[in-house]
Write a protein that binds this ligand. Structure first.
Ligand code: SF4
Ligand code: SF4
Length: 361
């Protein structure tokens, strides 16, 4: 079994030369055999927003890595399944398409239906992926360091949820319902089905607060390469001083997936005052009886800021539970149906949905 290894360093700006230097040095610490092979790059491409918003993996990180791979005669593909837009549109609007065209990377749309038998930590026996990782010699996972209102953190493991085609994502939210640990188990199984050879984290301009789309872009100056995203996520949670493990790390630990990593420190930054998602303080690791009561009292609900809402109905379309409707020019929530997946908050283009407890309404 491969020893988990994390090579982490600091980088303050998105500039090609320092990034290429770091990536080349980090790659040399792994036996990844990335010569003359087909490589699929899987960035975080949640929505088509520019790099300064800190939502997607920065195009310069992609460019730096892709240039190295091309120098090694690799054929390089790039793609993801965004939240609600087409892959092409999100690639264009994020600036990643420019990089792809400049270097001749081949866009992949993640719109296939690839069935995978599953025998992992979740109770689900079949996964349907939008792209087949086995068509490539290596998948390189390129997450962005961000908080996540539902899962606490989106980094290495959560990023491979993008292998689920857009239209299937909501169905999985609905199947898992309010159970974050069940959803975490699903994320773990998807990640193991994709099996990235490497994960390169963009934590230079990160996002804290109520991410992964409407949190606070903030400088963190971190870049890290690993052969094991489970240990990377656990490492990040410690580094960012999360008071409790996120559901993914909790389940990964219980499943025996968290081995002690070898840490190669190439001058890591100190990241201070990283704000967690407001939803993260309660309920993650409580016993199930207490969790039920705590969840009822404290779990945050989505709420619309009427003045910001453009009545575009994106949230109505993405809500997996059918808990949203527009009536009399107002967005209406049916909280009896709502499963607290926060997809509406995540994907509202206007940032008009916030999450609040009963006491804050
Ligand atoms: S997605 Fe946002 S702007 Fe559009 S209807 Fe929903 S709350 Fe309003
Ligand atoms: S209303 Fe929002 S949080 Fe509730 S189920 Fe729908 S998308 Fe999820």
């Amino acid at each position: 079994m491969m020893t988990p290894r994390i090579v982490a360093g600091s980088c303050d700006v998105y500039e090609m030369e320092p990034l290429k230097r770091f990536i080349a040095e980090a790659l040399a610490r792994f036996d990844a055999s990335l010569n003359n092979v087909r490589v699929l790059l899987k960035p975080n491409l949640l929505v088509g927003k520019p790099a300064a918003k800190a939502v997607n993996t920065h195009p310069v990180i992609i460019e730096a890595l892709a240039e190295i791979l091309l120098d090694h005669r690799c054929e390089v593909f790039i793609g993801d399944s965004p939240g609600y837009e087409s892959t092409e549109k999100a690639l264009e609007k994020s600036g990643i398409m420019n990089t792809a065209q400049k270097l001749g990377l081949k866009p992949v749309l993640f719109n296939k239906q690839i069935k995978k038998i599953n025998n992992g930590v979740s109770p689900y026996h079949e996964l349907v992926l939008g792209e087949d990782p086995l068509e490539y010699d290596a998948v390189i996972n390129l997450p962005k360091l961000k908080t996540h209102t539902m899962m606490g953190l989106t980094a290495g493991v959560k990023n491979t949820f993008g292998f689920i085609p857009s239209f299937e994502k909501g169905k999985w939210h609905l199947r898992c319902g309010k159970d974050k640990h069940l959803f975490a188990a699903l994320l773990i199984d998807i990640h193991r089905a994709v099996k990235p050879a490497l994960t390169l984290l963009d934590g230079i301009l990160a996002m804290d607060g109520d991410g992964p789309n409407h949190g606070r872009p903030r400088h963190a100056g971190l870049i890290a390469l690993t052969n094991d995203a489970f240990v990377l996520d656990a490492f990040l949670e410690k580094m960012l001083a999360f008071p409790i493990a996120t559901p993914v790390t909790d389940i990964a630990g219980r499943a025996g997936l968290l081995r002690e990593p070898e840490l190669i420190d190439l001058g890591m930054p100190e990241i201070k005052d990283f704000r967690m998602a407001s939803t993260m303080n309660i309920d993650f690791n409580l016993p199930s009886m207490v969790r039920g009561i705590a969840r009822h009292v404290f779990t945050r609900k989505p709420k619309c800021i009427t003045g910001k809402c453009k009545l575009c109905a994106t949230c109505v379309d993405v809500c997996p539970a059918g808990a949203l409707s527009i009536n009399d020019k107002k967005l209406i929530f049916d909280y009896r149906k709502c499963i607290r997946c926060y997809c509406c908050q995540e994907l509202c283009p206007a940032g008009a949905i916030v999450v609040k407890t009963n006491f804050e309404f």
